[in-house]
Ligand binder design. Structure first.
Ligand code: NAD
Length: 473
């Protein structure tokens, strides 16, 4: 539903603030009510953003030193506006304010780190006859599309390396969480040359317009597997390059020597951080039969102690789910598990009368083949599954189309690491989960994605190789 615009949030197009004649409502998930509005980008405005990005690229790609310096300034600008950005993020996304501040601080750190990455020039042959170098060229205009769980950090994972490599960008946040990203665009407008970073907002169809747009040479997409497949199909006719960061159904395998009380807390927050709305959160945990009951009880006790509440209340440890469809999906998966005979140890119900709060939920006695085990729940529900034989647990952990991350837990980290090597996923952690770093590549195997973000590997994803082959004499 769109109405006439009355709010101050603007898109950033060609270095200027761009309102729109139409707006759409943004819901605070803590109340379930519309609390603000965002511009609904028209096709003509998208064309203008694409043209601005293409035109800005001519100069932007010329001077790497300038780009590095400006990425540092982006980091400073984010830090300067951290409190304001975090508050908007909590209001539209739901996460507790301290976590929102953590996300904004992380975005500033990511800029700072990325600004120092080297764009390599490799000499592969240098003899009497020829000198052969491999250089890196930018793609041109990048279309960046982000989801609603970490709108700011996931945008910065794209902006910083894409811009360092000499690309320019048109960025679109999720319609559920457009505001912090729009504000980020306004803030960075003060730092970056006009047209280098354009931020537009709108519904899913805007994403589809972007992926089909002839100005775009690279699509960097983070979101669900279903949409990722549409993006890949949309990229194909024009052979646009794609990086896809998609969903996960990430297993944790607990070995038989763990100290249950010590590890349960880490396991819990590996699953329930951001109300379970993390692509690489633990989505199912395999526990040896000997430790199954104690682990179930311990996780249940931790879950019961969590303070669920409005992210703006200082004692909230877990906010609401971000949106109604996701809230209903989580309820549906838990109801389905109950119907198939699963035991809900704790939770399994909404919290309060308004908003999208759901109690942290621990579920046992599930059979493989239950939807809660096989699908990505992306919410505050953790299925706990016993195993008799470690080989069987590894096989079940890998028996999925997903392959984003996984973790192995043991008092003997060598033993755990040997199992981690066998997980079919992009990141495997030992005795921890969700420790995502700017230095290390992050991406998925199988349906969890194509390509990676972060570190030098993520940077190279925003480049094409160019071989320079020079005859001597
Ligand atoms: P989604 O796929 O519904 O939407 C993601 C973005 O794509 C939104 O901006 C949306 O407007 C846009 N979009 C929708 N249809 C489009 C189309 N046809 N063409 C182009 N763009 C389109 O995902 P979501 O519900 O916002 O996010 C949750 C999903 O994202 C989960 O599956 C989660 O695991 C995944 N995710 C992955 C990572 C990762 O790094 N691998 C990180 C965070 C979230």
């Amino acid at each position: 539903m769109t109405t006439t615009q009355t709010v101050s949030h603007t898109m950033t197009i060609g270095g200027a603030s761009a309102p729109s004649d139409a707006v759409f409502g943004v819901i605070n998930p803590a109340t379930g009510e519309v609390f603000d509005e965002a511009p609904d980008c028209t096709r003509a405005q998208l064309d203008a953003a694409m043209q601005a990005a293409a035109a800005a690229g001519e100069d932007w790609r010329r001077d790497e030193t300038v780009r590095r310096a400006l990425l540092g300034s982006c980091s400073d600008a984010i830090n300067t506006h951290a409190e304001e950005l975090a508050r908007v993020l909590t209001l539209e996304q739901g996460k507790p304010l301290d976590r929102a501040l953590g996300e904004i601080g992380g975005a500033a750190r990511w800029f700072r780190y990325t600004a120092k990455l080297e764009i390599p020039v490799e000499v592969v042959l240098d003899n009497d006859r020829v000198r052969v170098e491999v250089r890196r060229r930018p793609h041109g205009v990048v279309a960046a599309i982000t989801p609603w769980n970490y709108p700011v950090s996931l945008a910065v994972w794209k902006i910083a390396p894409a811009l360092l490599a000499g690309n320019t960008m048109v960025l679109k946040p999720s319609p559920f969480t457009p505001l912090a990203t729009l504000r980020l665009g306004e803030i960075l407008q003060e730092v970056l040359p006009a047209g280098v970073l354009n931020v537009v907002s709108g519904g899913d169809e805007l994403g589809a317009w972007m992926t089909a747009h002839p100005a775009v040479r690279k699509i960097s997409f983070t979101g669900s597997v279903a949409t990722g497949k549409l993006v890949a199909a949309a990229a194909a006719p024009d052979l646009k390059r794609v990086t896809l960061e998609l969903g996960g159904n990430d297993p944790a395998i607990v070995l038989d020597d763990v100290d249950v009380p010590r590890m349960a807390k880490r396991l819990f927050w590996g699953a329930f951080e951001n109300c379970g709305q993390v692509c690489s959160a633990i989505k199912r945990v395999y526990v040896p039969e000997s430790l199954y009951e104690p682990m179930l009880a311990e996780l249940g006790e931790i879950a019961q102690g969590v303070k669920v509440g409005d992210g703006l209340e200082t004692d909230s440890q877990m906010g609401p789910l971000n949106n109604r469809p996701q809230f209903e999906r989580v309820q549906e998966l838990v109801d389905d598990a109950k119907r198939s005979g699963a035991k809900v140890v704790t939770g399994g119900h909404r919290v309060g009368e308004c908003g999208y709060f759901y109690a942290p939920t621990i579920v046992g006695d599930l059979k493989d083949g239950t939807r809660l085990v096989d699908e990505e729940q992306f919410g505050p529900v953790l299925p706990v599954l016993p195993y008799a034989d470690l080989e069987d647990a590894i096989e079940r952990a890998n028996a999925t189309h997903f392959g984003l991350s996984g973790s192995v837990w043991s008092s003997d980290s060598d033993r755990a690491e040997a199992v981690a090597h066998r997980l079919e996923c992009g990141t495997a952690w030992v005795n921890q989960h969700l420790n995502v770093l700017p230095h290390a590549p992050f991406g998925g195997a199988k349906w969890s994605g194509i390509g990676v973000e972060n570190g030098p590997w993520g940077l190279l994803g925003f480049t094409e190789t160019q071989t320079i082959n020079i005859a001597k004499g």
